[in-house]
Each structure stands twice: as structure tokens, then as C-alpha cells.
Design a protein around this ligand. Structure first.
Ligand SMILES: Nc1ncnc2c1ncn2[C@@H]1O[C@H](COP(=O)(O)OP(=O)(O)OP(=O)(O)O)[C@@H](O)[C@H]1O
Ligand SMILES: [Mg+2]
Length: 448
């Protein structure tokens, strides 16, 4: 693609000679003579570079600059100004112009500036593209965590990305099942096609089938037009069957067929539709138990369970807690324009909290702390009361255990002294077996 440049200049001679010089260099050039025309041209077209005079009849070069920056912030703007009006030029630089050139100028000097601007523009554009790509590659925020458990998950994901197999993601609420599902999709060869999510728990039972498989016009009262189902929409991509443990029995049967044959029928249709989808399912239920209780079809379970991924609860990977806090904290600081950090003591309390709501709960806690703290540093008293309470209970419990242990140790020592170290007699007096006594001597490290 040839790079296109727009020149905004009311002086005809300057406009034409500059346009000719740029055309000779191989650029596509559009020339306009006033600000109004320039603004509508910027609205309609996309340019790699804007070169504009500052003093124009009607709207000024500053208006052109502002318009260009709002339409396309990464497009550089070079302003031209008559000698003696440098102040205006400096002002435009402050507003975001790339550079300024004083008139009369040397064409070579102008070309050097143009080339420099276009180089910067292409780097900026490349960066934006890469960033977008990176975002769509992961689809969602990156997965945070360096614990052994998470490393094992990454290794599994790496392998999965090279296959087409059905994946079943298991884990408590808030452990990141949806995040993992979208990562699997965006790391697969299907990443340029959509991932369609179906929340099996939120769909009313009588609507699930029409949602999943679509319907023909007239299939039922109210079906005024043909409607594609989620499986149609996911063709070529992935379908994410979230909360699959909550699927009603009849739909389980239908899903099983799609899994086995990759075909289904629309409601009210006679022909069979084939789809090319990768199936990713997730649930926070213990599916095996659901199968035992007869609530989940065993054959469907085995179909889904080709590659199971079990996400560990956050309390089993405590070392990830500080990493997650850091990541959420900097993301939220960016979003809210704040500059808050977490004190080490607060992080320590959180590391020892049990997180029944897992990563989602931690995210909510971090957000709440940043919003509510009066200081730049989040302290333990900024934490939600139930987190602090859990910590206090834990400390009290361990204190009680220490007190009991100390008393027990003292008592055993006394009895052993009394019996002059006779363990059989001591055990008898203490009312415990010899073996138990021996164990207690060991645990209390009684050096006899
Ligand atoms: N390892 C992680 N790194 C970064 N963010 C995470 C991680 N795990 C989860 N999250 C974030 O925590 C939140 C909850 O995750 P997600 O929705 O994927 O959980 P879930 O297992 O699907 O929960 P539920 O069972 O309640 O649907 C999301 O905002 C997600 O981005
Ligand atoms: Mg989920």
C-alpha cells in the first residue's frame, strides 16, 4: 500500500510544489486549500501523514491538528509556519504536532522530516497491531501464577494447544475456568474464529435446545424467522459449555450426539447440520459424583473427560496470592488512576486466608481495598472484616493449641520424674498407652 499524505495549504505555489515533490517520491497525495475541507477529508479518509499550514483562511491549522489527533492519534502531523510565527508552531508541538517547518523551506529538508514522521508512524502502527494481536491471542488478561500447580497447568495447556480434543475444565468457583477456556481457544488454530460461550446453568430448560441448535421459521409459535443456534455461530471455532454439570437430562442426550457425530437438527427442520467445533466444557460440580447419583449421563461424562484440567483452589497455591495481588493492583491502579500499594502485612494476611471464592474473591478484595483506603498503602484494617476475623480466629486457635501443648509437656515431664523415668508406670498414671506416651515424648522432644 502506498502511504497517503494530505497537504493543507492555502498558498497555491507551496501546495503544488510540495505535492509534486512528494508524488515524485512515490506517495499518494491529496491537496486541500482550507481548514473546512481538510476536516471533512480527515473524517472520511485515513492518512499516514498530515502536513498543514497553521494560518489558513477560516479554520486554522490548529483545528486541523486537533481533528487529526482525535480521528487518528497515531497519524503524525507536520505544521508549516511563516518565519516569525515560531510561537504558534511551538504551541502546536505542545498540542501534539510531530514537528514544524518554517516557510520558505527547502524541499529536501521537508522530505527528511516527512520520512522521519512516516517511520515513527509505521512503528506506532505496528505496535498497536502487535498489542491488539497479543490481546486477541490470549483473548483475556494473562494468567498469573508461578506455583507448581499452575506450572503444571501451563504445561498441559501447551500440549492441548496442539490438539483438537475436547477439554473438561474442573475447579471450584472463581478458580479461572473461563480464563483457561478462552486461553485454550486463542492458543489453538481456531483463534481467528469465534469462541461462543453457553452458560448451561442460566438457560431456561425449554430454551436450551433452541439456543444451542437454532430453529427454522415456523418451528413453534413465535418463531417468525430462522435463527441460528450457538453451535452454528461457533462453526470453525470453539464452543464453551460453561456449568455443564447443570445441563438437564434431555439436553445431555442431544449434546452427546453433537460430541459423537458433530451433527444436529434445528428445531422444526428435517435436514441434519454438520458443524466443525471444538468443545470446551467447565463445571464447578464434582461430575463423577453427579454420575454416581444418576444426575449426569455417564457416557457424556466419558466423552467430555478426554482431557481433564483440574484447577486447584487458591488456598492450595498460596504463593500465587502475592503475584495476583500485584497484577490486579497495577491493573486497577491504571484503570482508576490511583497509586496504591499493599503493605507486606496485608499481603501476609491474605496469603493465609482460605478464599472460598478463589481468585475472583481476591480480585474483589483488591478492588475494594483500593477504592476504600484513605492512604497510599493498604493496611490490614482496610481488609474486609471477615478476612481479618478469619485471621484472628486462626491465631486464637493456634494459641490455644500452644497452651494445651505446653501444659501437656509439663505434666508428662512431672510424671516421668515421679516414676524416675519408668515409662510403663508413667503411661499407666497418665491413662494412655505406652505407644502414645512414646509418641508424645518424641513430639515434645523430651530429652530424657
Ligand atoms: N490465574 C489467574 N490469573 C489472573 N486472573 C485470574 C486467574 N484466575 C482467575 N482470574 C480472574 O478471576 C476472575 C474469575 O475467573 P473465572 O471467571 O475464569 O472463574 P470461573 O472458574 O469460571 O468461576 P465460576 O465457576 O464462578 O464461573 C476473572 O476475572 C479472571 O480473569
Ligand atoms: Mg465461570
Amino acid at each position: 500500500m502506498r502511504e497517503s499524505i494530505i497537504i493543507v495549504e492555502d498558498e497555491k505555489i507551496v501546495r503544488i510544489s510540495l505535492a509534486d515533490a512528494l508524488k515524485a517520491e512515490g506517495y499518494a497525495v491529496l491537496t486541500v486549500a482550507d481548514g473546512e475541507t481538510a476536516l471533512s477529508a480527515l473524517e472520511e479518509g485515513e492518512f499516514s501523514l498530515v502536513i498543514s499550514d497553521i494560518r489558513l483562511p477560516g479554520l486554522s491549522g490548529v483545528d486541523v491538528l486537533k481533528k487529526s489527533l482525535s480521528e487518528s492519534p497515531s497519524t503524525p502531523v507536520i505544521v508549516m509556519t511563516a518565519y516569525g510565527n515560531i510561537k504558534d508552531a511551538v504551541e502546536t508541538m505542545r498540542l501534539g504536532a510531530f514537528d514544524y517547518i518554517t516557510k520558505p523551506f527547502d524541499l529536501d529538508e521537508m522530505l527528511i522530516t516527512v520520512n522521519k514522521a512516516l517511520e515513527v508512524e509505521s512503528i506506532t502502527r505496528e505496535n498497536i497491531r502487535l498489542r491488539k494481536e497479543l490481546r486477541s491471542y490470549y483473548g483475556a488478561p494473562n494468567i498469573i501464577g508461578e506455583s507448581k500447580a499452575m506450572k503444571a497447568i501451563y504445561a498441559l495447556l501447551e500440549k492441548i494447544s496442539r490438539t483438537e480434543s475436547t477439554v473438561l475444565i474442573l475447579g471450584e468457583s472463581g478458580t479461572g475456568k473461563e480464563l483457561i477456556a478462552s486461553t485454550i481457544h486463542y492458543q489453538s488454530s481456531r483463534k481467528d474464529n469465534p469462541i461462543i460461550r453457553v452458560n448451561c446453568a442460566a438457560l431456561p430448560e425449554d430454551l436450551i435446545e433452541s439456543e444451542l441448535f437454532g430453529y427454522e421459521k415456523g418451528a413453534f409459535t413465535g418463531a417468525v424467522a430462522k435463527k441460528p443456534g450457538r453451535f452454528d455461530l461457533a462453526d470453525g471455532g470453539s464452543i464453551f459449555l460453561d456449568e455443564i454439570g447443570d445441563l438437564p437430562p434431555l439436553t445431555q442426550t442431544k449434546i452427546l450426539r453433537v460430541l459423537e457425530e458433530r451433527t444436529f437438527e434445528r428445531l422444526g427442520a428435517t435436514d441434519t447440520v454438520s458443524v466443525d467445533v471444538r468443545i470446551i466444557a467447565a463445571t464447578n460440580k464434582k461430575l463423577e459424583r453427579e454420575v454416581q447419583k444418576g444426575r449426569f449421563r455417564e457416557d457424556l461424562y466419558y466423552r467430555l473427560n478426554v482431557i481433564p484440567i483440574e484447577l486447584p483452589p487458591l488456598r492450595k497455591r498460596k504463593t500465587d496470592v502475592p503475584l495476583l495481588i500485584n497484577s490486579f493492583n497495577s491493573r486497577l491502579n491504571d484503570q482508576m488512576g490511583t497509586d496504591v500499594s499493599f503493605s507486606p502485612e496485608t499481603v501476609d494476611i491474605l496469603m493465609n486466608y482460605s478464599f472460598p471464592g478463589n481468585v475472583r474473591e481476591l480480585l474483589n478484595i483488591v478492588e475494594r481495598c483500593i477504592a476504600l483506603t484513605n492512604y497510599k498503602m493498604v493496611k490490614p484494617f482496610d481488609l474486609p472484616p471477615h478476612v481479618v476475623k478469619a485471621r484472628q480466629e486462626k491465631t486464637l486457635l493456634s494459641t490455644l493449641q500452644t497452651i494445651t501443648a505446653d501444659a501437656e509437656k509439663e505434666h508428662i515431664v512431672r510424671i516421668l520424674k515421679l516414676t524416675e523415668g519408668n515409662r510403663t508406670k508413667s503411661a499407666e498414671i497418665l491413662g494412655i498407652s505406652r505407644k502414645t506416651l512414646w509418641e508424645k515424648i518424641n513430639t515434645h522432644q523430651l530429652d530424657l
